[in-house]
Design a protein around this ligand. Sequence first.
Ligand SMILES: NC(=O)c1ccc[n+]([C@@H]2O[C@H](COP(=O)([O-])OP(=O)(O)OC[C@H]3O[C@@H](n4cnc5c(N)ncnc54)[C@H](OP(=O)(O)O)[C@@H]3O)[C@@H](O)[C@H]2O)c1
Length: 299
Amino acid sequence: MRSFIFLILSFFSTMTFAAPTQVIVITGASRGIGKVIAEHLASKENYRVYAGYRSVDSIKVLKERLFAIPIDVQDNSSCQNAINMVLSREGHIDVLINNAGCGILGPVETVTMEQVHKIFNTNVYGAIRMIQAVLPNMRAQKSGKIINVSSVAGLQGLACWDMYCSSKFALEGLSESMALTLAPFNIHISMIEPGPVVSDFMDHSTEVGNRNMMSNPYQILVKNRLNQLCKSLNEGQDPKEVALLTEEIIQSPTPHFRNLTNEAAKDRVKKKYNDLNFDNIITEGIIHITPLWSEDFKN
Ligand SMILES: NC(=O)c1ccc[n+]([C@@H]2O[C@H](COP(=O)([O-])OP(=O)(O)OC[C@H]3O[C@@H](n4cnc5c(N)ncnc54)[C@H](OP(=O)(O)O)[C@@H]3O)[C@@H](O)[C@H]2O)c1
């Protein structure tokens, strides 16, 4: 009898249990960081990935386990339809990744209200639309993960990035509140806060503030900032590292809420949280930005 029990126990100890398949929806996956995350996750057997594209009008198979799905995050019904489509095919959604985003460069005085609306409509309201659409299913199943792709710019103000920073700060505030509200439903919220990452971001999504002004006193600053940002993105982090971090968050039973991807940015954010009245940060920031007002500034 004892050897029989031993046999059974050793049989079970050598058995490997396949992890259940997780269904993932990611917005803004036609290019850049979102595309790399979607392809990376779909290369693993235990994920089925629905990658949001604005350029498709129905679900299309891209690769094994990877499907393009129409999602324009600026459109209420597009977000709801996408979630409904995935639920009708899969029955459940385990992970929502809000990645779609865009930027507008320029101080607040230079941007039009249409530009302000566009950036908030994508970076903030777009995430809210997707979250509202997915939550009923996650609450009912008492599990789920929502990963919001924010930015270092969601934790730290950056010169000339006024609208982009304010949209990402809004996403951070929303997410901190949601994390507390949704914890009893076993729904985890995580932020990914990349520093510069090599992507098409500056080519496609970064408009410059184009409010009609008599004269624009910020022109030199904006030009130098644009060159500086393009350079830092070109020399930035490999998006594959962001994809690996995303996978880590998905796999962890207790993922971190905040996930900065860039070591230098971690130090800056720590410094910020230690400077509650913000005096040192402003003083250092001014020293950093002053040279950018000069025509002769070289990166
Ligand atoms: N690159 C960086 O250094 C960096 C750093 C920190 C944070 N981030 C954040 O990372 C995310 C991805 O950025 P990225 O660098 O990969 O930029 P990207 O290459 O410009 O890709 C942006 C993606 O968002 C999609 N998108 C834009 N507006 C949309 C809308 N209304 N509905 C649905 N999709 C929309 C684009 O789709 P289309 O092809 O249809 O335009 C594209 O797939 C963004 O949230 C960005 O703020 C980037």
